[in-house]
Design a protein around this ligand. Structure first.
Ligand code: PLP
Length: 421
């Protein structure tokens, strides 16, 4: 049978080109990571051939005896990893997991209250073009205008005013930990359900370096591919299956999806096994250390004088939000300049951003992928200095010199050695 390169050289070239790009640049998009070879193997497997609508032991197709084993392993490992009594490992993505949560917890037209998109919330928490914004009545809390932190008094006031059916704790761009116990209290006070979307920080939770939202929340959703370092996909958890299990299972299938991607489910099982190990925990500690080193360098006097700063003054998680409102560079220019130097980040609106969303006045910079690549304090200090120098010097930056420093790092930390495409 023909190989991919023989059958479809154009797509084979894309795979090869992308592997080269990942190897030759520094990946600092906060929501990205590098999966282990074992996860690539499970995802590129014959499990992609199998229909398995339903759940283990209750499928609508025959021949599910092998995929049932994989799904049960994924469920058992996910519940053990997060101290949950219930897991659904079928959501194709984070957005689909979130659609299932709202489907289970609220009726269309009811009110949901989450972090404003402009302040770091996610599309599925109520953006007007997203299903969440179309089907539900959306209310939002913001971050404090001065500290840029989520202030629980503000959340409480918003909850008392809007009386939501669901309160959402979780974010896509926020550099601090949330107080899940305080969210729980507010939810109880106003009679709301608490949904935590831990898509970004699930890996930190698994490693025990971030509070676990599971004991405080009615439902927790996540992606598996950000800090958690597994295949691109979603996950649902709850303290136990009694209250929400049936509604969530039914919201995923048949509510949102048909056949689960069993190759992805198997790859999730592998990722959860990896995440339970000490090596993974050590990697998450390096992830946090790298973000702290970056925040420190980006608040030093030389960058401060160039108008560059860091929202909230630092970080407790795997990312740093750079504030460029007073810098000569806007978010787009800064992203492009770092891209030229070989560092991939994404521009990001800061709260109350004066610039339009396509330009923005900020950057979101994350450390998970580089920690996976093996970076420790020394390498993170070097990356931090490359970024700080580039942002400080702006259009006068010596991009070639920065690129050479990036090249030295990528060469010293080979990615997927031996992999061909
Ligand atoms: N929830 C949060 C908080 C996210 O940041 C993201 C991804 O950006 C998602 C959900 C959606 O995940 P996916 O891109 O897999 O649909």
């Amino acid at each position: 049978e023909q190989s991919l390169a023989e059958l479809d050289p154009e797509i084979a070239a894309v795979l090869g080109g992308e592997l080269d790009r990942q190897r030759g640049t520094l990946e600092m998009i906060a929501s990205e990571n590098f999966v282990p070879r074992a996860v690539l193997e499970a995802q590129g497997s014959v499990l992609t051939n199998k229909y398995a609508e339903g759940y283990p032991g209750r499928r609508y197709y025959g021949g599910c005896e092998q995929v049932d084993i994989a799904e049960n392993l994924a469920i058992d490992r996910a519940t053990a990893l997060f101290g949950a009594g219930y897991a659904n490992v079928q959501p194709h993505s984070g957005a689909q997991a979130n659609a299932a949560v709202l489907h289970a917890l609220a009726e269309p037209g009811q009110t949901i209250l989450g972090l404003s998109l402009a302040h770091g919330g996610h599309l599925t928490h109520g953006m007007k073009l997203n299903f969440s914004g179309k089907l539900y009545d959306v209310a939002a809390y913001g971050v404090d205008p001065d500290s840029h932190r989520v202030d629980m008094d503000m959340v409480r006031r918003a909850a008392l005013e809007t009386r939501p059916t669901v309160i959402i704790a979780g974010w896509s761009a926020y550099p601090r930990q949330l107080d899940f116990a305080a969210f729980r209290e507010i939810a109880d006070e106003v009679g709301a359900y608490l949904w935590t979307d831990m898509a970004h920080f699930a890996g930190l939770v698994a490693a025990g370096v971030h509070p676990n939202p599971v004991p405080h929340s009615d439902v927790v959703s996540s992606t598996v591919h950000k800090t958690l370092g597994g295949p691109r996909s979603g996950l649902l958890l709850a303290q136990d299956g009694q209250r929400w299990g049936k509604a969530l299972d039914s919201a995923v299938f048949p509510g949102q999806q048909g056949g689960p991607l069993m190759h992805a489910v198997a790859a999730k099982a592998v990722a959860f096994k990896v995440a339970a190990g000490e090596e993974f925990a050590e990697r998450q500690r390096r992830t946090l250390e790298g973000a702290r080193i970056l925040a420190e360098r980006l608040t030093a006097a030389d960058v401060r004088e160039a108008g560059v700063s860091v929202l909230t003054g630092g970080t407790d998680v795997h990312l740093v939000l750079v504030d460029l409102r007073h810098s000569a560079l806007d978010g787009k220019q800064a992203e492009d300049l770092l891209h030229e130097a070989g560092i991939t980040v994404n521009r990001n609106a800061v709260p109350n951003d004066p610039r339009p969303p396509r330009v923005t006045s900020g950057l979101r910079i994350g450390t998970p992928a580089l920690a996976t690549r093996g970076f420790g304090a020394t390498e993170f200090a070097e990356v931090a200095d490359i970024i700080a120098t580039t942002l400080r010097d702006g259009s006068a930056a010596d991009v070639l010199a920065m690129r050479a420093r990036v090249d030295a790092l990528t060469e010293n930390f080979p990615l997927y050695p031996g992999l061909e495409q």
